[in-house]
Design a protein around this ligand. Structure first.
Ligand SMILES: [Zn+2]
Length: 297
Protein backbone atom coordinates (compact mmCIF):
# COMPACT_ATOMS: atom_id res chain seq x y z
CA UNK A 1 0.00 0.00 0.00
CA UNK A 2 1.18 3.48 -0.83
CA UNK A 3 2.48 5.03 2.40
CA UNK A 4 0.97 8.40 1.49
CA UNK A 5 -2.48 6.82 1.05
CA UNK A 6 -5.38 8.47 2.74
CA UNK A 7 -6.46 6.67 5.92
CA UNK A 8 -8.54 7.55 8.97
CA UNK A 9 -5.30 8.35 10.80
CA UNK A 10 -4.02 10.59 8.06
CA UNK A 11 -7.36 12.46 7.96
CA UNK A 12 -7.02 13.06 11.69
CA UNK A 13 -3.47 14.34 11.15
CA UNK A 14 -4.85 16.64 8.47
CA UNK A 15 -7.54 17.84 10.89
CA UNK A 16 -4.90 18.68 13.49
CA UNK A 17 -2.86 20.45 10.84
CA UNK A 18 -5.85 22.57 9.79
CA UNK A 19 -6.79 23.46 13.37
CA UNK A 20 -3.26 24.59 14.14
CA UNK A 21 -2.65 26.47 10.90
CA UNK A 22 -5.97 28.31 10.37
CA UNK A 23 -5.57 30.52 13.38
CA UNK A 24 -6.60 34.00 12.22
CA UNK A 25 -5.31 35.22 15.58
CA UNK A 26 -6.62 38.72 15.06
CA UNK A 27 -10.27 37.72 14.67
CA UNK A 28 -11.65 34.83 16.71
CA UNK A 29 -15.00 34.33 14.86
CA UNK A 30 -13.17 34.06 11.53
CA UNK A 31 -10.81 31.52 13.08
CA UNK A 32 -13.69 29.35 14.34
CA UNK A 33 -15.59 29.43 11.07
CA UNK A 34 -12.51 28.87 8.92
CA UNK A 35 -11.55 25.86 11.00
CA UNK A 36 -15.17 24.69 11.12
CA UNK A 37 -15.40 25.02 7.37
CA UNK A 38 -12.49 22.64 6.86
CA UNK A 39 -13.63 20.21 9.51
CA UNK A 40 -17.17 20.16 8.07
CA UNK A 41 -15.78 19.12 4.71
CA UNK A 42 -13.54 16.50 6.30
CA UNK A 43 -16.53 15.10 8.18
CA UNK A 44 -18.45 14.93 4.94
CA UNK A 45 -15.79 12.91 3.18
CA UNK A 46 -14.67 10.84 6.14
CA UNK A 47 -15.45 7.14 5.92
CA UNK A 48 -16.88 7.20 2.40
CA UNK A 49 -17.11 3.95 0.52
CA UNK A 50 -15.13 3.81 -2.69
CA UNK A 51 -18.21 4.17 -4.88
CA UNK A 52 -19.36 7.40 -3.17
CA UNK A 53 -15.77 8.63 -3.26
CA UNK A 54 -15.62 8.13 -7.00
CA UNK A 55 -18.95 9.92 -7.52
CA UNK A 56 -17.96 12.86 -5.28
CA UNK A 57 -14.59 13.16 -6.87
CA UNK A 58 -16.23 13.34 -10.27
CA UNK A 59 -18.42 16.22 -9.03
CA UNK A 60 -15.42 17.97 -7.50
CA UNK A 61 -13.43 17.65 -10.70
CA UNK A 62 -16.37 18.98 -12.68
CA UNK A 63 -16.52 22.14 -10.53
CA UNK A 64 -12.76 22.57 -10.94
CA UNK A 65 -13.27 22.62 -14.71
CA UNK A 66 -16.26 24.99 -14.48
CA UNK A 67 -15.05 27.45 -11.86
CA UNK A 68 -11.67 28.99 -11.32
CA UNK A 69 -10.57 26.94 -8.29
CA UNK A 70 -7.28 27.31 -6.41
CA UNK A 71 -6.35 23.62 -6.95
CA UNK A 72 -7.05 21.07 -9.65
CA UNK A 73 -4.87 18.19 -8.39
CA UNK A 74 -7.50 17.05 -5.92
CA UNK A 75 -8.71 13.64 -4.85
CA UNK A 76 -8.66 10.94 -2.20
CA UNK A 77 -5.37 9.34 -3.08
CA UNK A 78 -3.34 10.98 -0.32
CA UNK A 79 -3.53 13.70 2.32
CA UNK A 80 -2.14 16.34 -0.04
CA UNK A 81 -4.82 15.90 -2.73
CA UNK A 82 -7.49 15.55 -0.04
CA UNK A 83 -6.48 18.78 1.74
CA UNK A 84 -6.52 20.58 -1.59
CA UNK A 85 -10.03 19.27 -2.21
CA UNK A 86 -11.08 20.58 1.22
CA UNK A 87 -9.42 23.90 0.46
CA UNK A 88 -11.37 24.26 -2.81
CA UNK A 89 -14.64 23.80 -0.90
CA UNK A 90 -13.59 26.25 1.80
CA UNK A 91 -12.57 28.77 -0.87
CA UNK A 92 -15.88 28.51 -2.74
CA UNK A 93 -17.79 28.98 0.51
CA UNK A 94 -15.71 32.05 1.36
CA UNK A 95 -16.12 33.62 -2.10
CA UNK A 96 -19.87 32.92 -2.15
CA UNK A 97 -20.26 34.40 1.32
CA UNK A 98 -18.35 37.57 0.41
CA UNK A 99 -20.27 38.17 -2.82
CA UNK A 100 -23.59 37.40 -1.20
CA UNK A 101 -22.81 39.63 1.80
CA UNK A 102 -21.83 42.58 -0.41
CA UNK A 103 -24.78 42.21 -2.77
CA UNK A 104 -27.30 41.59 0.00
CA UNK A 105 -26.03 44.44 2.19
CA UNK A 106 -26.04 46.82 -0.77
CA UNK A 107 -29.56 45.76 -1.71
CA UNK A 108 -30.92 46.05 1.84
CA UNK A 109 -29.24 49.42 2.44
CA UNK A 110 -30.87 50.74 -0.72
CA UNK A 111 -27.43 51.61 -2.14
CA UNK A 112 -27.00 48.77 -4.66
CA UNK A 113 -25.80 49.54 -8.16
CA UNK A 114 -26.87 47.53 -11.19
CA UNK A 115 -23.97 45.08 -10.85
CA UNK A 116 -24.73 44.40 -7.17
CA UNK A 117 -28.43 43.89 -7.95
CA UNK A 118 -27.55 41.38 -10.65
CA UNK A 119 -25.15 39.48 -8.33
CA UNK A 120 -27.81 39.42 -5.62
CA UNK A 121 -30.43 37.96 -7.96
CA UNK A 122 -27.98 35.41 -9.37
CA UNK A 123 -26.91 34.20 -5.94
CA UNK A 124 -30.46 34.17 -4.63
CA UNK A 125 -31.33 31.85 -7.51
CA UNK A 126 -28.42 29.47 -6.89
CA UNK A 127 -28.88 29.44 -3.11
CA UNK A 128 -32.18 27.61 -3.53
CA UNK A 129 -29.95 24.53 -3.76
CA UNK A 130 -29.50 23.10 -0.21
CA UNK A 131 -26.04 21.71 -1.04
CA UNK A 132 -24.73 25.24 -1.52
CA UNK A 133 -25.73 26.50 1.93
CA UNK A 134 -24.07 24.03 4.25
CA UNK A 135 -23.26 23.91 7.88
CA UNK A 136 -25.97 25.18 10.22
CA UNK A 137 -26.75 22.80 13.00
CA UNK A 138 -29.30 23.56 15.70
CA UNK A 139 -29.13 22.09 19.17
CA UNK A 140 -31.93 22.52 21.67
CA UNK A 141 -31.61 22.34 25.42
CA UNK A 142 -34.01 22.87 28.30
CA UNK A 143 -32.95 25.36 30.94
CA UNK A 144 -33.61 25.02 34.70
CA UNK A 145 -37.06 26.65 34.43
CA UNK A 146 -38.13 24.34 31.61
CA UNK A 147 -37.67 26.91 28.83
CA UNK A 148 -36.11 25.78 25.59
CA UNK A 149 -32.88 27.32 24.40
CA UNK A 150 -31.67 26.86 20.86
CA UNK A 151 -27.99 26.91 20.02
CA UNK A 152 -26.64 27.14 16.52
CA UNK A 153 -23.39 25.66 15.38
CA UNK A 154 -22.35 27.38 12.18
CA UNK A 155 -19.46 26.02 10.18
CA UNK A 156 -19.68 27.89 6.90
CA UNK A 157 -19.17 31.54 6.00
CA UNK A 158 -22.10 31.52 3.61
CA UNK A 159 -24.53 30.09 6.15
CA UNK A 160 -23.35 32.66 8.71
CA UNK A 161 -24.23 35.48 6.30
CA UNK A 162 -27.64 33.96 5.51
CA UNK A 163 -28.32 33.22 9.17
CA UNK A 164 -27.48 36.77 10.26
CA UNK A 165 -29.57 38.39 7.55
CA UNK A 166 -32.53 36.09 8.15
CA UNK A 167 -32.53 37.14 11.81
CA UNK A 168 -32.07 40.79 10.99
CA UNK A 169 -35.42 40.74 9.19
CA UNK A 170 -37.19 39.96 12.46
CA UNK A 171 -35.36 42.60 14.52
CA UNK A 172 -35.60 46.37 14.22
CA UNK A 173 -32.05 46.61 12.93
CA UNK A 174 -31.41 48.07 9.50
CA UNK A 175 -28.35 48.00 7.32
CA UNK A 176 -26.74 51.16 5.97
CA UNK A 177 -23.74 52.02 3.82
CA UNK A 178 -21.46 54.59 5.40
CA UNK A 179 -21.76 57.90 3.59
CA UNK A 180 -18.19 58.90 4.23
CA UNK A 181 -17.10 58.60 0.57
CA UNK A 182 -13.66 57.30 1.56
CA UNK A 183 -15.27 54.53 3.66
CA UNK A 184 -18.54 53.11 2.25
CA UNK A 185 -18.55 50.19 4.73
CA UNK A 186 -21.84 48.52 5.59
CA UNK A 187 -23.05 48.81 9.16
CA UNK A 188 -26.15 47.94 11.16
CA UNK A 189 -28.04 50.44 13.22
CA UNK A 190 -31.26 50.79 15.19
CA UNK A 191 -31.59 54.51 14.57
CA UNK A 192 -32.59 54.65 10.95
CA UNK A 193 -31.20 58.12 10.22
CA UNK A 194 -27.55 57.27 11.00
CA UNK A 195 -25.36 58.08 8.02
CA UNK A 196 -21.90 57.11 9.20
CA UNK A 197 -20.45 53.90 10.57
CA UNK A 198 -18.67 53.18 13.86
CA UNK A 199 -15.51 51.83 12.23
CA UNK A 200 -12.21 53.75 12.17
CA UNK A 201 -12.43 56.44 9.52
CA UNK A 202 -10.01 56.04 6.59
CA UNK A 203 -9.04 59.71 6.86
CA UNK A 204 -8.09 59.40 10.52
CA UNK A 205 -8.03 55.80 11.81
CA UNK A 206 -7.83 56.90 15.43
CA UNK A 207 -11.36 58.34 15.12
CA UNK A 208 -14.65 56.69 14.12
CA UNK A 209 -16.42 57.73 10.91
CA UNK A 210 -19.54 58.80 12.81
CA UNK A 211 -17.53 61.18 15.04
CA UNK A 212 -14.87 62.28 12.62
CA UNK A 213 -16.61 62.69 9.26
CA UNK A 214 -19.31 65.23 10.32
CA UNK A 215 -16.50 67.36 11.84
CA UNK A 216 -14.49 67.01 8.67
CA UNK A 217 -17.52 68.11 6.62
CA UNK A 218 -18.02 71.07 8.92
CA UNK A 219 -14.39 72.13 8.65
CA UNK A 220 -14.57 71.71 4.89
CA UNK A 221 -17.69 73.87 4.78
CA UNK A 222 -15.94 76.62 6.77
CA UNK A 223 -12.93 76.41 4.47
CA UNK A 224 -15.21 76.56 1.44
CA UNK A 225 -17.00 79.66 2.78
CA UNK A 226 -13.61 81.25 3.28
CA UNK A 227 -12.55 80.48 -0.31
CA UNK A 228 -15.92 81.70 -1.68
CA UNK A 229 -15.32 85.01 0.07
CA UNK A 230 -11.86 85.34 -1.51
CA UNK A 231 -13.38 84.66 -4.95
CA UNK A 232 -16.16 87.17 -4.33
CA UNK A 233 -13.57 89.79 -3.35
CA UNK A 234 -11.58 89.07 -6.52
CA UNK A 235 -14.70 89.67 -8.63
CA UNK A 236 -15.35 92.92 -6.72
CA UNK A 237 -11.80 94.09 -7.35
CA UNK A 238 -11.98 93.29 -11.08
CA UNK A 239 -15.39 94.94 -11.56
CA UNK A 240 -14.05 98.05 -9.80
CA UNK A 241 -11.02 98.12 -12.07
CA UNK A 242 -13.24 97.78 -15.11
CA UNK A 243 -15.48 100.64 -13.97
CA UNK A 244 -12.64 102.94 -12.96
CA UNK A 245 -10.50 102.29 -16.04
CA UNK A 246 -12.76 102.00 -19.12
CA UNK A 247 -9.63 102.02 -21.33
CA UNK A 248 -8.67 98.63 -19.88
CA UNK A 249 -12.20 97.17 -19.98
CA UNK A 250 -11.42 94.43 -22.51
CA UNK A 251 -8.36 93.20 -20.66
CA UNK A 252 -10.23 93.15 -17.35
CA UNK A 253 -13.19 91.32 -18.97
CA UNK A 254 -10.74 88.63 -20.06
CA UNK A 255 -9.51 88.28 -16.48
CA UNK A 256 -13.09 88.08 -15.21
CA UNK A 257 -13.87 85.25 -17.60
CA UNK A 258 -10.68 83.40 -16.55
CA UNK A 259 -11.90 83.72 -12.97
CA UNK A 260 -15.33 82.38 -13.97
CA UNK A 261 -13.85 79.40 -15.78
CA UNK A 262 -11.13 78.40 -13.32
CA UNK A 263 -12.16 79.51 -9.84
CA UNK A 264 -14.30 76.50 -9.03
CA UNK A 265 -11.81 73.81 -10.01
CA UNK A 266 -9.00 75.62 -8.16
CA UNK A 267 -11.25 75.91 -5.12
CA UNK A 268 -11.81 72.12 -5.26
CA UNK A 269 -8.04 71.61 -5.41
CA UNK A 270 -7.64 73.57 -2.20
CA UNK A 271 -10.50 71.61 -0.57
CA UNK A 272 -8.81 68.35 -1.61
CA UNK A 273 -5.47 69.60 -0.30
CA UNK A 274 -3.83 69.42 -3.72
CA UNK A 275 -3.27 73.20 -3.67
CA UNK A 276 -2.45 75.44 -0.71
CA UNK A 277 -4.68 78.35 0.24
CA UNK A 278 -1.65 80.63 -0.16
CA UNK A 279 -1.17 79.50 -3.78
CA UNK A 280 -4.87 80.03 -4.39
CA UNK A 281 -4.61 83.60 -3.08
CA UNK A 282 -1.52 84.20 -5.21
CA UNK A 283 -3.44 82.95 -8.26
CA UNK A 284 -6.35 85.31 -7.51
CA UNK A 285 -3.94 88.22 -7.13
CA UNK A 286 -2.32 87.36 -10.45
CA UNK A 287 -5.63 88.10 -12.19
CA UNK A 288 -4.86 91.77 -12.58
CA UNK A 289 -3.92 93.93 -15.59
CA UNK A 290 -0.23 93.60 -16.36
CA UNK A 291 0.78 97.24 -16.58
CA UNK A 292 0.43 100.12 -14.17
CA UNK A 293 -0.11 98.12 -11.01
CA UNK A 294 -0.16 101.31 -8.99
CA UNK A 295 -3.49 102.43 -10.41
CA UNK A 296 -5.23 99.07 -10.16
CA UNK A 297 -5.65 98.75 -6.45
ZN1 LIG B 1 -17.49 54.68 7.65
Amino acid sequence: MNEDALTQDSIEDAERYVLSSLLYNDFYPAQRIAQGSFIRIMEQYRALDSQSMARLLQEELRSVSEVNMPFNDIGFSNVGTFLRLCFNNYYVDLVNALSFFTALAATLSGAADEQENATYNDLLGSLQNPNIVPGIEMKSMLDASGGMNNYYVISSFLSLVIFEFAHMESSDVVIRRCQNPACGKFFTVKRSDAKYCSFPSPQNPSRLCKDYYPQLLHRKKLKENDLDLLIKNAYGRLYNQKRRHPDRADEVSGLISTLQIEADSKKQEVLNDSMTKKDFETWLKSLTPTKGDDIYE
